[in-house]
Design a protein around this ligand. Structure first.
Ligand SMILES: [Zn+2]
Length: 427
């Protein structure tokens, strides 16, 4: 039998979580426990694509290692697919850390926002910032994500809130998405993140600007794949959000929604209604919203790091969503205010303890189902033949050990397309 040529091999993993064996569908209900373990495990690739996965012995039997191949011994370590973060706001100037202290001594996120802080403060800074400076600072954040094992990330605009500044944010992301050795970037236009100060008394005019100028310009210049809207009482109403999403869909964009975050908004039902990729947050989702998501392919993306960081207590009803049959995924919501955290492993630990989920469920939520949330499941999210060789060697021998060991630098090495882009220094 002829062997499959390979230019990349990771072998002897104490436990390799392939996440394979589930077909092409997202995982629902009890399927979330399936993680496709091989012990000791190996994965081989050629030209950045996986050609074999299984036990070390079976992979060694099937492949022929080409001269000059990259071969890694992962003895004592777990191997997982590269993590997928389907919701971040990584393009901004600086973190609003002064507000963190104000919140801790009693001010609410909403009252700080009403006082000119929050997203509106980030918008004032962002409009002043040079594009080159934004590229530099955002590149550093994307590199940091590789240290936490994230190999695919969605990033939203939304601190511009004008034609020029929204285009600037998405051009920054386009520049970075063309660079090798950074996570794969999915670009989303969130011009409907908040109402800018100059439109606060004429909100319908801003909605019109988004519909008639911002979205068409972004599509014309090929700057984004998706449109998003912050559907929440006091921000965009369900009616306004629907118009933004429908207009985006008409222009060829896919949709996603910030839904039912701080108060019930009807956003989850709206996301299902317009066939959105995902409805995100869901801390205040009601039974109607759970029903709507359970009967759709719209993924429920949970962001427990934000609730943790805000010191709040209305955790998304993860178990009810899972039991009802919704597709659930996990994201960081990395942003300059309500969650200044780019670490998916830490977010996964919070999901275990505060949402009451098993580490295997959480691993599916941050790989297979997160890839479905970005409609990239044919490329990433599991270690299966034909997919990209994006993978992570963890420091611990299991995912349970990784998520139990809080605050640890969880990742030993990260690979993009069979090429190492991060190696942890010992000591
Ligand atoms: Zn967000």
């Amino acid at each position: 039998m002829s062997r499959i040529p390979a230019d990349f091999l990771v072998e002897n993993a104490a436990r390799l979580y392939s996440m394979g064996g589930g077909g092409t569908s997202p995982r629902r209900g009890s399927e979330l426990r399936q993680v496709g373990i091989f012990e000791p495990g190996a994965v081989a690739a050629r030209g950045g694509r996986i050609v074999a996965v299984g036990t070390t012995e079976s992979v060694r039997d099937r492949v022929q290692i080409l001269p000059g191949a990259e071969v890694e011994d992962a003895e004592g370590h777990a191997v997982i697919p590269g993590l997928v973060d389907p919701h971040t706001h990584a393009v901004f100037t600086t973190a609003r850390s002064e507000e963190f202290g104000r919140r801790l001594v009693g001010e609410s996120y909403q009252s700080i926002a009403a006082d000119g802080g929050g997203i509106r403060a980030s918008v004032r800074d962002f409009r002043e910032a040079r594009e080159g400076a934004l590229v530099e600072v955002t590149r550093r954040r994307l590199r940091a994500m590789l240290r936490y094992g994230t190999t695919t990330v969605e990033v939203k605009s939304g601190y511009g809130l004008s034609v020029e500044a929204e285009l600037k944010a998405l051009r920054v992301l386009r520049t970075l998405s063309e660079e090798a050795e950074l996570p794969t970037v999915v670009r989303t236009c969130l011009a409907a993140h908040e109402f800018p100060d100059e439109f606060r008394d004429r909100r319908e005019d801003y909605v019109d600007l988004v519909l008639s100028e911002i979205l068409p310009r972004i599509v014309e210049e090929g700057l984004a794949e998706r449109v998003d809207v912050f559907c929440e009482p006091g921000v965009f109403t369900v009616d306004q959000a629907r118009r933004v999403l429908v207009r985006g869909r008409e222009l060829g964009l896919r949709a996603t929604v910030h839904a039912d975050e701080l108060e019930g908004s009807g956003g989850a039902a709206l996301a299902a209604e317009v066939g959105a990729d995902s409805a995100d947050h869901l801390g205040c989702i009601d039974e109607g919203g759970i029903d709507a998501l359970s009967n759709s392919s719209t993924v429920a993306v949970l962001l427990p790091g934000t609730i943790f960081s805000l010191g709040l207590d209305h955790w998304a009803p993860a178990r009810r969503l899972i039991d009802a049959g919704a597709v659930v995924a996990l994201a960081t919501d990395f942003n300059p205010g309500s969650n200044y955290c780019e670490s998916l492993p830490l977010t996964m630990s919070i999901a275990c303890t505060r949402l009451g989920l098993h580490p295997h469920e959480v691993l599916n939520m941050a790989t297979v189902n997160a890839a479905h949330a970005l409609r990239l499941s044919e490329e990433v999210g599991s270690l299966e033949v034909g997919k990209r060789a994006d993978l992570v060697i963890l420091r611990e021998a299991t995912i349970d050990g990784t998520l139990h060991h809080l605050g640890l630098e969880a990742v030993q090495a990260t690979y993009l397309g069979g090429h190492r882009v991060y190696l942890r220094r010992e000591g």
